[in-house]
Design a protein around this ligand. Sequence first.
Ligand SMILES: Cc1cc2nc3c(=O)[nH]c(=O)nc-3n(C[C@H](O)[C@H](O)[C@H](O)COP(=O)(O)O)c2cc1C
Ligand code: SF4
Length: 578
Amino acid sequence: MGERAGLFDPIEIGGVRLRNRTLLPSMTTRLADDAGYVTDATLAYYRARAEGGVGLVTVEMASPEIAGKHRFRELGIYDDMFLPGLRRLVETVHEAGARASIQLGHGGSRARSAVSGTTPVAPSAVPTPVFEVESEIAVPEAMSPARIRETVDAYVAAAARAQRAGFDMVELHGAHGYLISQFLSPLENTRTDCYGGSLENRARFGLEILRRIKSEVPGLPVIFRIGVEDFFPGGLTADEGIQVGRWSERDGADAVSVTAGHYRSLPAAERMIPPMAYPAATFVEYAARMKRLVDVPVIGVGRLGDPDLAARAVADGKLDVVALGRPLIADPHWVVKAQAGAPVRRCLACNHCITNMRSGAQLSCVVNPATGRENVYAGTSAPQSRRIVVLGAGPAGLSYASLVAAGNDVTVIDKADRAGGAFRLTGLAPRFNDVAAAEPTFEAYIGELERACRLGGVRFRYGSEATGDDLRGADLVAVATGADYRFGLGAVVPRLLRTRAARSGAAARLFASARVRDSLYYRLRTGRGAALARRLPLEPGTEVLVLGDAARAGKAREAITSAFDAALAPRTHPAPTP
Ligand SMILES: Cc1cc2nc3c(=O)[nH]c(=O)nc-3n(C[C@H](O)[C@H](O)[C@H](O)COP(=O)(O)O)c2cc1C
Ligand code: SF4
C-alpha cells in the first residue's frame, strides 16, 4: 500500500484540515424536493460518501439566486428557509468524519424559465441551447451593471448562509458554461463594458464574487473551480483558463479546482464528463500545469477512478487533491477500500448517471443500484451461513456473489473460461448507452468485481456447466446466466462484435441508431435463466433465484439491480433518516 500512501495524507485548504487528499466534487443529484429542500434521500446519499472515507464532500451546485436555478429539484441555498435542511446535511457529513463544502453555481442563460420562473440572465443576450428535461433555445436577458451587482450580492449572501449552515468552505462554479464561465467565454460574452472584451474584463465577474466573499465572509475558505478550456471556437483557451486560475489565487482562492469542457464543447458536451473512450486522467495535465503556477492546493478531476492512477497523480506532484465524481457514485466506499488495497467497484464512465439525470430522473448508476436509493437498502443485509451456488459470472452473478460473500459459502460457476459473460463483448460494440464503447472499462469493472469476490472467499469454476454434484447440498442457487438472442442472431451478433465489423461501414451506421442498439442489445434477446432453472437437477428444498431475467433481458442496469435486490432484500418503504 506504500505506493498509494500519499493519497491518504491529510491536507489543509484555507486552514481546514481534510483527513486525506480525496474529495467528492459537486454533482447534481435531484434528491432535493420540488422546492429545493434537503430530503432524507439527500442526507443518505451524502452520508454514504462521507462514511466511505472521502476527505471533503462538495454538496451539489446550488444557485445563489432563484434566477440561476437550472434544474428541477435543485438544492436551494438562495434563501434562509433552506438553512435547517442544510444544517442537517452538514451535520450528517461531519458525523461521518468528512469536511463539507457546497458549490455555489448560477445557471445564467442555462437556467430555463420553466425551472426558475423568471427570464434567464447572462452577460449577453446570446441564444443558448439548453437541455433540462426538455430542449430549448433560451434567449437570456443581458445583465445591466446593476443586475450584475445584485447577483454578486446574492453570491456573498449565499456564501454567508453556507457558513451559517456550518459548511467548512464553499466552491465557486467557474466552469461548464454556467454564469461565471459564460462571462469567461467570448462567444457568450459580447459585452463592451468592463465585464467584456479582454480576458481581464471577462474574468472580472467571477473574481469580484471571490474577492467580495473573502472580504465579507471572513473565515470561510473558497475553492475556485475553473474550466480551463472550453473546446469550441470562441471559447476560453487553456492559456486563458490557466491565467484565470492564477488570478483566483491572487484574489484569495484557498484552492483551485481544475476541470475543462463546456456545453458547447466540440465534438460534444460530453467532454465535461469524459466517457469511457476518453483517456483516463483526462484533465490531469491541466492540473499539473496549474500546480506549477500556484501555491494553493490544486484539485484535479476526470476519470481518476483507478486508485493507482489517482495515487500516482498525487505522488508525481501533478495535483494535491483528487476529485472522484463518478467513481464515488459507483462506489461510495472507494476511499476506504483503496486505502486498504481492496478492489473498488469501478465506474464504467458510461454516463448513464448524467444523461438520465439531465432527462429528469434522480441520480442513478448502472453498476451501483444503491445510488440515490441509499435509504432503500439502509440496514438490510445478505442472508448468512448458507451454501450458495451462483450460475453465471456476468455483472449480475458477480454483483450478487460479492454482496453475499461474507458469512456464506459461495461458488460461482460459468461455462465460459473467464468472468464477464456478454458484458465483455459490450466493450467491442460501437456504443454503450449513448457513449462510444471502450473495452478496457468493462475489463476493469469485471476484473475488480471478480477480485472482490475472491478476496471475500468466493470460489470460481470456469469452463463447464454446473452438474448435479455441483448443486448437491446447496441451500440456494442463483441463476444469472444472462440472455440469449432470438431468431438465430446469437451466432451473428457476437461475431460482428469480435471481428470489430460492427465498428465500420454499414454496421457502424446501424449501431449509431439508439433504436437499433436497443433492439440488438435488449429487444431481440430473451432471458435464459428461468428456463435453465426449471431444468436444474436440484435437491428438494433448494431455493432458486433468477437474476436479470426481467422483461429487458440483457440490460446491465436491470440485471445488476436484480442482484442487489436479491442479495439485500430492499425495504419497501425507505428507512427514515435519524
Ligand atoms: C451526474 C453528474 C452531475 C454533475 N453535476 C455537476 C455540477 O453540478 N457542478 C459541477 O461543477 N460539475 C458537475 N459534474 C461534473 C463532475 O463534478 C466532474 O467534474 C465530472 O464528473 C468528471 O469527473 P469524474 O470523472 O471523476 O466523474 C457532474 C457530473 C455528473 C456525473
Ligand atoms: S452510471 Fe456509469 S458513468 Fe455514472 S457512475 Fe455509474 S458506472 Fe459510472
